[in-house]
Write a protein that binds this ligand. Structure first.
Ligand SMILES: Nc1nc2c(c(=O)[nH]1)N[C@H]1C(S)=C(S)[C@@H](COP(=O)(O)O)O[C@H]1N2
Ligand SMILES: [Mo]
Length: 403
């Protein structure tokens, strides 16, 4: 059931991209893309993400762009030049971000349902949150069963600032939620290709309605209007939840009794055994699990024997990160790391650093986070059909040569 909705929009995105490239006379046209795909070489950035720094991202496809491990740097916040991009459907027309204030969102499941413009939302409340945005499939590239989808390693994640109006302020202004509701459901503003059952492709996700306490309808990303690639002009932000729940170009926010019947909710983004189909009885990709990984060294380097610094990031959608340990011998022994940089709150990632000794030889360097409730980042991935939620420290190790 699942490959269908993915296969269809992918074709559509490519077609759109080609049309756009042809229309603007862009250098990388039809031939460029096909040749690159054939040769399995570095692919060009799609127009919607042309502002990215091609030298510091990995272009998996026109709808999957990953941040290189080394590009995550040590400045706490991820620049949009390198922030990953993941689209399930072709993005809407770029005109929607040029005319941001006119963007409309329908609010339903409240006492007084209403359609509000972005201009109106700007006067209803203001909040800013630093948050890790991470795709459910981040780490898929470490699984061995060849799960379909982008083979992300660590870089389908970034730590960014979002500003906008708290959802609870909007709800309050509209008289509060109706009785009996259990979910908050957001709908993406994409145009559904004709001749396809909308439920099979639409990006509409439901989360427990209590998530509205911290949710934001955001129009600003790292101090600028949200670009189209990241969901501008208006995006639902649910701190602590996997990327897919953070609906781009949101056109409807509804408080509902039931989860949406869209495939992306019903059968997609469900954790199940390899070979099984998705269904609503399986866990949905909501809160993120505890994870850390080393960002420097980034792997593949040759280092001098002696003292070295290892640094990286730790984050979670659950109980706050309490501590991080680092190992330079593939997990045989561990030493504590220290946090550095600002504490941007429980939904942001925390940077850690450790001073280690590296004798000559080859080393696998990794990190392991512990949360305030005692949860420890596991050693191994949990095998699952769609390769979601990988937080095992073993696969996330980097390998260096010391000589
Ligand atoms: N409307 C809409 N929202 C969406 C998506 C999409 O395809 N359409 N993709 C989701 C997925 S799977 C992820 S991981 C994040 C990616 O956000 P980014 O592209 O800004 O990094 O957006 C989510 N929100
Ligand atoms: Mo995702």
């Amino acid at each position: 059931m699942e490959p269908m909705p993915r296969a269809v929009p992918r074709v559509d995105i490519k077609r759109r991209w080609l049309l756009a490239a042809a229309g603007t006379g862009a250098a990388a046209g039809l031939g460029g893309w096909n040749a690159a795909a054939r040769a399995q070489e570095a692919k060009p950035l799609p127009p919607v993400a042309s502002f990215k720094d091609a030298s510091r991202v990995i272009v998996h496809s026109a709808n999957g762009i990953e941040t290189q491990r080394s590009a995550l740097g040590s400045s706490a916040i991820t620049d949009i030049d390198v922030l990953f991009v993941r689209n399930n459907l072709a993005s809407p027309d770029a005109a929607i971000v040029e005319n941001a204030d006119a963007w409309r969102i329908e609010i339903d499941g409240v006492t007084s349902p209403r359609t509000l413009t972005l201009a109106e939302l700007r006067n209803m409340g203001l909040a800013c949150v630093a948050m890790v945005l991470q795709c459910s499939g981040n780490g898929r590239g470490f699984f061995e069963h060849k799960a379909s989808g982008s083979q992300w390693k660590v870089g389908a994640a970034g730590n960014v600032f979002w500003s906008g109006v708290p959802v609870k302020d909007v709800v309050k202004a509209l008289g509060g939620v109706r009785g009996g509701i259990r979910y908050m459901t957001g709908t993406g503003g994409e145009t559904i290709p004709q001749g396809i059952d909308p439920l099979t492709v639409m990006v509409e996700r439901s989360v427990p309605w209590t998530a509205m306490e911290e949710a934001i309808l955001a129009w600003e990303l790292n101090g600028r209007p949200i670009p189209l690639a990241h969901g501008g002009p208006l995006r639902l932000i649910i701190p602590g939840y996997y990327g897919v729940n953070n609906i781009k170009y949101i056109k409807r926010l509804a408080f509902t009794e039931n989860e949406t019947a869209a495939n992306i909710q019903k059968s997609g983004y469900r954790v199940r055994e390899i070979g099984k189909k998705g269904d609503p009885s399986q866990a949905s990709m909501w809160e993120m699990n505890l994870k850390s990984f080393v960002t420097s060294p980034a792997g593949g380097e040759t280092l001098r024997p002696g003292p070295a610094l290892v640094h990286g990031v730790a984050f979670t959608g659950g109980a706050p990160v309490k501590s991080v340990e680092v190992s330079v011998d593939d997990g045989k022994s561990w030493q504590p790391a220290e946090f550095f940089g600002p504490d941007l709150g429980r939904y942001a990632w925390r940077q850690f650093v450790a001073r280690v000794q590296l004798p000559a030889g080859r080393h696998r360097i990794t990190s392991r986070a512990t949360a305030a409730d005692g949860t420890v980042q596991p050693e191994l991935r949990v095998e699952n059909e769609r390769a979601y939620a990988h937080n095992g420290w073993r696969d996330h190790a980097v390998e260096v040569t010391v000589a």
